[in-house]
Design a protein around this ligand. Structure first.
Ligand code: PLP
Length: 374
């Protein structure tokens, strides 16, 4: 059997990771300014993370959700404290797509409506919603769940208000900051207006923080720059630092019942060990503050580079907009300087999502390489 080829690949085999760096099978060292799609929050193979997961798997890696797993409670408690959502509950699952599917279902169960409102250039994983949010014609043609999905321009509050007025939209889903679409920040005014419009029409507001959450933007959640409290928040990526963990953070207005949601692997012993290690390291190493400071430092250093037309994002979720597509530039950064960076669906945007552990040294390596190339 062969693997089903859906990913274009670099001709590089990564064998090992340590902190902010990864190493290939020839021993070559690469600076990771991409964090494997914003997944690496506390650094590659963090010693506490490795120790906790190894100790856990030696005891038990998995049983099932039919027995008590106290680590799930510990994870929910810590996450509540650190994120400021202590009165919400946590449903554990395995990926961002799964978190969003469950969020959409919860919204529809709650108000009995079926329509979904989302935003152009948004991305919510390979859910039925992805069909509307992608402009990949192959994906759009293959499945057509789009009848109930309406897309708006990010920032079009009036359009959204009009669409919600009929009170037949189940939920609005929006990223804290759009990631793969090119690092587009909805802004605090828009988020606050959106929350108000949702509240007035009993529409559920879902904040997809799968990429922008877990401290990366300098606050626990990107939407916390605004004065809002969504009904549902979805998380994944940085939550497990590479171990597949996702979650749905649910307002107390929702009533859980047995069988309402479920998943085989969600919240297993190993996932909890990973999730707890990540939260502990974020707290002990002040990684949220570090993300904010390093983000500001990088932005300040890039300000005067003429070739950069726009700088977007917050903390360590940054987009550098160029006049030309960045494919070649990313290739040079990788080939010549051994630096991984990210792309976006907007070909002119270079995306930075490094581990939240990077320091000035790593930031300078990237900045100097970029300056030399430009
Ligand atoms: N939501 C956002 C904002 C994402 O960026 C992604 C993945 O890139 C997802 C959801 C889907 O997450 P996963 O790939 O874990 O299903």
């Amino acid at each position: 059997m062969e693997n089903y080829k859906v990913y274009p690949l670099f001709d590089i085999t990564i064998e090992r990771g340590e902190g902010n760096y990864v190493y290939d099978n020839a021993g070559e060292k690469y600076l990771d300014m991409y964090g494997g799609h914003a997944v690496i929050s506390i650094g590659h193979s963090h010693p506490t993370y490795v120790k906790n997961i190894s100790e856990q798997v030696a005891k038990i890696g998995f049983y099932s959700n039919s027995v008590q797993i106290p680590q799930q409670e510990e994870l929910a408690k810590k996450l509540g404290e650190m994120s400021g959502y202590e009165d919400y509950s946590l449903f554990l699952c395995n990926s961002g797509a799964e978190a969003n599917e469950n969020a959409l279902k919860l919204a529809s169960f709650h108000n009995g409506r079926r329509k979904i409102l989302a935003f152009k250039n948004g991305f919510h994983g390979r859910t039925s919603l992805a069909v509307a949010a992608t402009d990949n014609p192959k994906i759009q043609a293959a499945v057509n769940f789009t009848d109930n999905i309406q897309l708006f321009e990010l920032g079009d509050l009036e359009g959204v208000r009009d669409a919600l007025a009929a009170q037949d939209v189940a939920c609005v889903i929006i990223e804290g900051i759009q990631g793969i679409g090119g690092i587009n920040d909805p802004g605090t005014d828009f988020l606050e207006g959106l929350e108000k419009a949702c509240r007035e029409t009993e529409t559920i507001l879902i904040l997809d923080e799968v990429q922008s959450g877990y401290g990366r933007t300098g606050k626990f959640f990107a939407h916390q720059y605004a004065d809002i409290k969504p009904d549902i928040i979805t998380i994944a990526k940085g939550m497990g630092n590479g171990f597949p963990v996702g979650g749905v953070i649910i307002s107390p207005k929702f009533q859980a019942s047995f069988g309402q949601l479920g998943t085989t692997f969600g919240g297993n012993h190993l996932a909890c060990a990973a999730g707890l290690s990540v939260l502990d390291s974020i707290r002990e190493e002040n990684l949220i503050e570090n993300s904010q400071q390093m983000g500001e430092y990088i932005l300040s250093q890039l300000q005067d580079i003429k070739a950069i037309k726009g700088l977007r994002g917050k903390g360590l979720l940054l987009g550098l907009e160029f006049e030309e597509p960045v494919k070649e530039l990313r290739g040079e950064l990788l080939k010549k300087y051994k630096i991984f960076t990210g792309a976006a669906t907007d070909p002119k945007v270079l995306r930075l999502l490094p581990p939240m552990t990077i320091g000035k040294e790593e930031a300078d390596i990237f900045i100097n390489a970029l300056k030399e190339l430009l």
